[in-house]
Design a protein around this ligand. Sequence first.
Ligand code: IPM
Ligand code: MG
Length: 351
Amino acid sequence: MYKVAVINGDGIGPEIVKEAIKILNKVAAKYNHNFEFKEVLMGGIAIDKTGSPLPEETLEVCKQSDAVLMGAIGGPKWDTTDSDKPRPEQGLLGIRKGLELYANLRPVKVFEALIDSSTLKKDIISGIDIIVVRELTGGIYFGARAREKDRAYDTCDYSRYEIERIVKLAFDLSLKRRRVVHSVDKANVLESSRLWREVAIEAAKDYTQVELVHQLVDNTAMQLIRNPKQFDVIVTENMFGDILSDEAAMLTGSLGMLPSASMGTGKVSLYEPCHGSAPDIAGEGIANPLATILSAALMLRYSFNLEKEALAVEKSVEQVLNKGYRTKDIMEEDKTLVSTEEMGTLVAENV
Ligand code: IPM
Ligand code: MG
């Protein structure tokens, strides 16, 4: 039996998670597995119900589980510039830190069926297969910060150890891929980036089969649009990874397609779509559940070692798209518009 902690979160979170669970239940029935789901509170809804974006019980349940499946969190209701007020995002950052999920994997692949919904030219994006490896528990997200009257600062702080483990993870990943790693930094300006580069060069000595390319983050932002096919594995610090992965996601046409896996020192990993909680369309039944469904596939692969099952889900998504079914965000002429729930059912039936 696999124990899965489920964080619905806010906005479209509950709708998309429901569809991912539908798919996991289908996988359970078809391949004879048993998933036990336990819902826990995090984000805005947790603030409303308990006063805290990450109640102690939530972290405890997650730690006792085999994996965590998450929707999305946040919304205008909890937006504030008052640093004394709780924010939904603190829940997510707290869970990443609490489970020591230092590596965030964001695979970017283009579905041929969706190639026309990208804003880029077909021949630029056709066949891209990139994985962004984002450091997730360090850097400016967690460094010292303060507000003093009319001044404020956030610090980008990295230790050799933190850089080494994420860079090595990227090298290891690349061994099963095309063996090119782009290490992205801002070493022409930032001291933390100079340490990053130094550690990357050192780590590379154990991976002589892998080509290591250092790239400045502003250049990477440009290269992703100019010639995305040059990339295989991109490894970078927390905030650069946050920004670049949104950009990379749009190569595929919609942020609604991009899954992610966050893993770390312990056995519990967390799976969530890269997109946010889209409060503007919450409850309308039009959200795209595919990024969450694909995140569930990553859970099958990485946490439970169920490769065949993961592939079955990914194939099913591809086939449903090939048949012309689309949620609103990826809708094109001549295609069949379906709701969040219908999309989930189609993918489940097709597994
Ligand atoms: C992401 C999100 C989060 C981040 C927010 C919600 C805190 O943008 O997972 O990319 O910045 O890490
Ligand atoms: Mg982000």
